[in-house]
Design a protein around this ligand. Structure first.
Ligand code: GLU
Length: 308
């Protein structure tokens, strides 16, 4: 792969079993990369996560391989903490991060990707309050690091699928959390550092993470890094319009597999509902490389009514 080539990534979090919704997003991400003759990175986002499930890493990899996915490089975030700590130090050196003792809850939430739109606004109460982390810790409350969002932090970008997206980050989020540990990293900082370090040229993920993108773009700028292109695709939802989850029945890949469903049945279904094939019939993932047309991806959420 030459230096100018496409680099994409699959970035599962080990918070539960892979289901049809995750797989449909991974399928688009994988097809974008393979169609461009590019590289696919597998990055396990296993930083201390409140919803971590034991064994979910191995299960996700096994499910993806079974479905026909492959990748060229593999990374694990928990082995990369030194990189995140170095980025945090750079922000500190530029006075762009400060310790805060206000809210444990939104910091805990910021450890993982905000899939439920749960980003809160923080007005900057602890700005300029503590000179050091130790000073903040001496209050007896548990500190976190926050980003010092500048007042002119208006971010606009052209998403490859969703189109133009804008956010006044100061008004919407204020000083968002970066990490809950002295030298740690929350979701936004870790993905920013990783996507830049791994040379990712396009981030393909669910459009529930569109609002998570502007703070990440601010971090790219603050760290002097070039943001990748973004391509946010609609989610798979249940008949009630909510993100596919347990309440919609068991759509875990492992369960389909145990019930005798074949990989080509699952891929065939997802290819059909994604506008890749004109009719629903079993097909292998690799066969889709030549058929995939992003312009035919349905613009709205995919409503899952059942696989049979
Ligand atoms: N690992 C995150 C998740 O599965 C996705 C991160 C991203 O694509 O930026 O929730």
């Amino acid at each position: 792969m030459d230096a100018m080539g496409y680099v994409g990534r699959l970035a599962p979090s080990p918070t539960g079993a892979l289901h049809l919704g995750n797989v449909r997003t991974f399928m688009v991400a994988w097809l974008r990369a393979r169609q461009a003759g590019g590289k696919v990175i597998m990055r396990m986002e296993d930083l201390d996560h409140p919803r971590h499930k034991a064994g979910a890493e191995e299960q996700a990899i096994e499910d993806l391989r079974w479905l026909g996915f492959d990748w060229d490089e593999e990374f694990v975030q928990s082995e990369r903490r030194a990189l995140y700590a170095a980025a945090l130090s750079r922000l500190l050196a530029k006075h762009l991060a400060y310790p805060c003792v206000c809210s444990r809850r939104d910091v805990e939430m910021a450890q993982s990707a905000p899939h439920d739109g749960e980003q809160l606004h923080y007005p900057g109460t602890c700005r300029d309050r503590f000179a050091t982390w130790a000073e903040a810790a001496a209050t007896g409350r548990t500190p976190c690091w926050r980003y010092r969002t500048p007042p002119d932090a208006h971010v606009a970008f052209e998403d490859g699928f969703a189109g133009r997206y804008e956010m006044d980050v100061a008004a919407k989020l204020g000083d968002f959390p970066l990490a809950r540990d002295a030298d740690g990293a929350g979701y936004s900082l870790a993905v920013t550092v990783d996507d830049a370090d791994m040379g990712v040229t396009e981030v393909v993920r669910g459009d529930d993470l569109l609002p998570a993108t502007p703070p990440q773009i601010l971090l790219y700028r603050a760290l002097g890094l070039k943001p990748p292109a973004f391509f946010h695709v609609p989610l798979v939802v249940g008949p009630d319009g909510r993100r596919l989850a347990k309440r919609h029945g068991d759509t875990r890949i492992a369960s389909f597999r145990a019930a005798g469903v074949r990989p080509e049945d699952i891929i065939g279904f997802l290819a059909y509902v994604s506008g890749i094939t004109p009719e629903r019939k079993p097909i292998g993932l690799k066969r889709l490389i030549g058929l995939f047309d992003p312009a035919r991806l349905p613009r709205g959420p995919l409503v899952f009514q059942g696989l049979t």
